[in-house]
Design a protein around this ligand. Structure first.
Ligand SMILES: [Zn+2]
Length: 451
């Protein structure tokens, strides 16, 4: 090979190994290390700041640190065998690359980023008094033109920022699936591309996606850990909801969470609350709120750990002892028994006759699915397309009516995500379900009959 002709791919691989020494290893069987990141930090990166009138002027970096420290303590208490690694324990600045490096070097099995949201604030004004101003009345023309001064009273206003009305906790994952066209746009350096309207953690947008190594990292990590990140994110959302706090669900975004793609492990970002919402700001600053969030996240992590480790151990367990659910094997198809339902939705319908149109959600990538209704095969290995595949369900009153989506392959962009347009005669609902080769997805119908 002539000198100076090192293949580009080799250079990229080499630089990847330099930044991410643990890349490309097998997914771990046990959760041994959990990395907790208190978002932002130091005077250089305070994050969002409480700015509405009479706010506590909280800085996101302080709130995230307080919650993260409580979370570290709670995880250590509840998961004594697991190594819990905080990215920071004091108010120091960390570049997102630094945070990712700490997580990767610790060989984390999970990465939890704690943040607080904000949003654009509207301006309000109130009259605080009046003042006298001089105006002029003009009369006459040419040389006879005359300006007569007169006094007029005008209001004086004070301007202030109104608090955000939006509140609640949301959980974010980085995802390439479904939005891979958007990912491409970002990777191609389309700066005008924006996924979210507010709460952007701008400091983390500073990564240059035009660099090949960053593009590669983004796609590899995103696809690889999306499923597990999504599972954990869903569990965190559920546990937060259980506390009675408003939970805004699990969302995906590409921008602003570079650190999630740069870590070689499932990773989620929790926007614990809106720092510019008065109730949220007080909640985030309170011992009670911080502890409640730490405990809810810990519960979710414990559930996630149990589920992931039990999936990993299943083949071993099955060879040694009979399956626990074997008392009724004839009733439940194998694929429903072996794959737990991960993505489960509940839908209220008003009629026991329900029509369903099934589509591929997002990019058509050759997803093949089967659909079971109350354990009976209804759709057998159909390819999902933009054209609807339609069928009807007869719901049984007083029974759990469950429709289960089973992935038969992973298409080219895993997992398999189906869009179901469901009509019950009076209303129309859109439900998105995603399934893969390990987990099924389901809709449970709740019949609300008025007859
Ligand atoms: Zn943040």
């Amino acid at each position: 090979m002539p000198r100076n002709k090192v293949p580009v791919s080799l250079l990229i691989a080499a630089s990847l190994l330099l930044i991410f020494p643990v890349a490309f290893s097998q997914a771990p069987k046990k959760i041994k290390t959990i990395v907790v990141d208190a978002g932002h930090g130091g005077s250089k990166d305070p994050g969002a700041i409480g700015q509405y009138e009479n706010s506590l002027r909280s800085k996101e970096k302080d709130v995230t640190l307080a919650i993260a420290l409580k979370l570290v303590e709670e995880l250590r208490k509840q998961l004594p065998g697991v190594n819990i690694v905080p990215t920071r324990v004091t108010d120091i600045y960390q570049d997102p690359r630094e945070k990712a490096r700490i997580a990767n070097e610790a060989k984390g099995d999970l990465f939890l980023c704690i943040h607080a949201d904000s949003g654009p604030l509207k301006q309000g004004r109130r009259q605080i008094g009046t003042r006298m101003v001089t105006r002029y009345k003009v009369s006459g023309k040419g040389k006879k033109r005359k300006r007569t001064p007169y006094q007029v009273e005008e209001p004086v206003y004070e301007y202030f920022k109104l608090p955000l009305t939006r509140s609640g906790t949301s959980v974010w994952i980085f995802a390439a699936h479904k939005t891979s066209d958007k990912l491409k746009a970002i990777m191609d350096g389309d700066e005008g591309f924006e996924l979210e309207a507010n709460g952007v953690d701008s400091i983390e947008n500073s990564i240059d996606f035009s660099k090949p190594e960053n593009r590669i990292i983004a796609s590899i990590y995103a696809k690889r850990y999306q499923e597990r990140s999504d599972l954990l994110a869903t569990m965190v959302n559920d546990e937060v909801e259980t506390t009675g706090r408003q939970s805004l669900g699990v969302s995906q975004r590409q921008k602003g969470i570079w650190v999630l793609q740069a870590t070689n492990m499932p990773a989620i970002l929790i926007e614990t609350g809106f720092i510019n919402n008065p109730e949220d700001e007080r909640y985030l600053n309170s011992e009670k709120g911080q502890q409640e969030l730490a405990e809810a996240i810990t519960k979710a992590v414990k559930r996630y750990k149990e589920q992931v480790e039990s999936i990993n151990n299943k083949p071993t367990a099955n060879t040694n002892q009979p399956a626990v659910t074997s008392n009724n094997p004839a009733d439940v198809p194998d694929v429903l028994e072996k794959r737990p339902v991960k993505d489960s939705k509940v839908l209220e319908v008003k009629s026991n006759k329900v029509k369903i149109d099934l589509y591929d959600d997002g990019e058509i990538d050759n997803d093949i699915v089967s659909v079971y209704f109350n354990n009976t095969l209804l759709v057998d290995k159909r390819s999902l397309t933009a054209q609807a595949h339609s069928f009807t369900l007869n719901l049984v009153p007083g029974k759990t009516n469950e429709l289960i989506l089973v992935a038969e392959n992973l298409g080219s962009i895993p997992p398999n995500t189906a869009l179901m347009v469901i009509s019950d005669g009076t209303g129309r609902h859109e439900v998105r379900l995603s399934a893969d080769l390990k987990n099924n997805a389901s809709i449970r119908f709740e019949l609300k009959n008025n007859n």
